[in-house]
Design a protein around this ligand. Structure first.
Ligand code: HEC
Ligand code: HEC
Length: 416
């Protein structure tokens, strides 16, 4: 996971050798099976732009050092004697956000999907399905449904954060006043009290599947608390299982807070400086795909680009980013609905997923792809087919395309 330049070089050399072996093996296999096309897989060593854990270009030496430190913290697994639990989902950030890219189905989180029945409002926002010895893992209470959420990639978080709020709001059209059937709206969230000096005013949420999280800092503190069972200077009281028959918190003997604010901030700095992979080269087919992406209305939600505002990290300031997301909420229809409200998002709405890193995702997932909030789609085509609600017209237009245009569109998206 380490990514200081020296290690990057080393890793590239190493993975270059490994890739050469794989390529040789594939070539033999391809000859044997007559599948010559396989030979084009993995024939070159990954460049930084192919990685999910490379730093932004243009960081200073001090910033790179902070990046490397945060990288280690992000990968740090916690043991029981270091405060893991009492209830938890996994032992480190990296164990769910594998390689910093899209997660795998086995790393999905289950959020309680209670609808609007307050009687079910028990147990916190998510199911902690693991517990340390002496504690009791949570179970889904009767009458409560589940919302499965695949970990999103964590690169590019500093970019999401540096987009001016006014520019996100400029694309909102909550009442569909332009009559295009698409009514993106922001998820206004009030930052929780555990965040220092936020002033209590609502902000446009940008993070997580329903944009229900206000900042990288909030996301990180909550992830330590909820996902790993690690208390911090910000949130020093353990998360417990209210339905357990034993006193869950008594099982964790480590004094709270278990992690200092500096370590949390180090992870935040790491996420801020993590670069998104670079998109693939243009080709005539991709140019066609880009055009189709516009004409059939994908761009209405997956807006092509934003420009970041000022930032304390110069490499993040005033740069154009091909995000392919409006960071707004959209009703995606019955098929994708999870029935769980998050902030102002209702049980049918999701944040438009940024389309980036798709070009290299399969290299990190054993050749597989897991798309959409719960990872149900195994390809870009399947993800499009699952679009409904406000995106139904774009989906129908996709289905009505001539075969060559459909292929060009999918190739364009997969090259982002
Ligand atoms: C049990 C698996 C798991 C662990 C452990 C975990 N995460 Fe996550 N993470 C998720 C899931 C699932 C989501 C999406 C949650 C949602 O949409 O409600 C997420 C969302 C995020 C996001 C928002 C990404 C975006 O596109 O907006 C960030 C940033 C993040 N996690 C950072 C962290 C950090 C930092 C840690 C460690 C302190 C961590 N995560 C630990 C599963 C995990
Ligand atoms: C009405 C807004 C809207 C339109 C129009 C739209 N999308 Fe989406 N798209 C979304 C939202 C919201 C999600 C997340 C849904 C979920 O996770 O359940 C998404 C998810 C995706 C994903 C999955 C990405 C991932 O990493 O999981 C792909 C691929 C995608 N869209 C491509 C397209 C293409 C191609 C088109 C045009 C045919 C299109 N979308 C049209 C809103 C839209």
């Amino acid at each position: 996971m380490s990514a200081d330049p020296a290690n990057l070089e080393h890793r590239r050399a190493r993975s270059g050798r490994a890739t050469a072996h794989v390529a040789a093996l594939l070539a033999v296999l391809a000859l044997g099976l007559g599948l010559a096309a396989c030979g084009k897989l993995l024939t070159t060593a990954p460049e930084p732009g192919d990685l999910f854990d490379a730093p932004l270009d243009g960081l200073s030496a001090t910033e790179l050092a902070a990046f490397t430190e945060g990288d280690a913290q992000f990968g740090r697994p916690f043991s029981v004697t270091e405060g893991l639990g009492p209830i938890f989902n996994n032992v480190s950030c990296a164990s769910c956000h594998s390689g910093d890219g899209r997660g795998r189905p086995e790393n999905a989180l289950t959020r309680f999907s209670r609808g609007t029945d307050p009687a079910h409002d028990i147990g916190g926002p998510q199911l902690q399905d693991r517990a340390i010895p002496g504690a009791e893992a949570e179970q889904l209470p009767a009458g409560v449904d589940r919302s499965r959420r695949l970990p999103p990639p964590v690169f590019g978080m500093g970019i999401l954060e540096a987009i001016p709020e006014a520019d996100i709001l400029a694309n909102a059209d909550p009442t569909d006043s332009n009559g295009d059937g698409i009514s993106g709206r922001p998820n206004w969230v009030t930052p929780p009290d555990f965040l220092p000096a936020h002033g209590g005013a609502p902000v446009v949420g940008r993070f997580s599947r329903k944009a229900q999280v206000s900042s990288i800092l909030e996301q990180t503190i909550a992830a330590y608390h909820q996902d790993i069972g690690i208390t911090t200077d910000f949130l020093a009281v353990e998360n417990t299982n209210p339905l357990a028959s034993v006193a869950t918190e008594a099982a964790d003997h480590v004094a709270d807070p278990e992690l200092p604010a500096a370590a949390v901030r180090s992870v935040v700095a790491y996420l801020r400086m993590l670069a998104p992979p670079t998109p693939g080269a243009d080709s005539p087919a991709r140019d066609r795909g880009r055009v189709v992406f516009g004409t059939i209305g994908c761009v209405s939600c997956h807006v092509r680009s934003f420009r970041t505002g000022p930032s304390t990290i110069p490499a993040l300031a005033n740069r154009d980013v091909a995000l392919y997301s409006d960071l707004l909420l959209h009703d995606m229809g019955d098929g994708l609905a999870d029935g769980r409200p998050d902030g102002q998002a209702d049980g049918r709405e999701w944040r438009t997923t940024p389309l980036w890193g798709l070009r290299v995702m399969r290299a990190f997932l054993n050749g597989q792809a897991f798309l959409l909030h719960d990872g149900r789609a195994r390809s870009v085509a399947e993800a499009i087919e699952a679009h409904g609600g406000e995106a139904a017209a774009a989906r129908d237009a996709y289905q009505a395309l001539p075969e060559a245009d459909r292929a060009a569109l999918v190739d364009f998206v997969e090259s982002r």
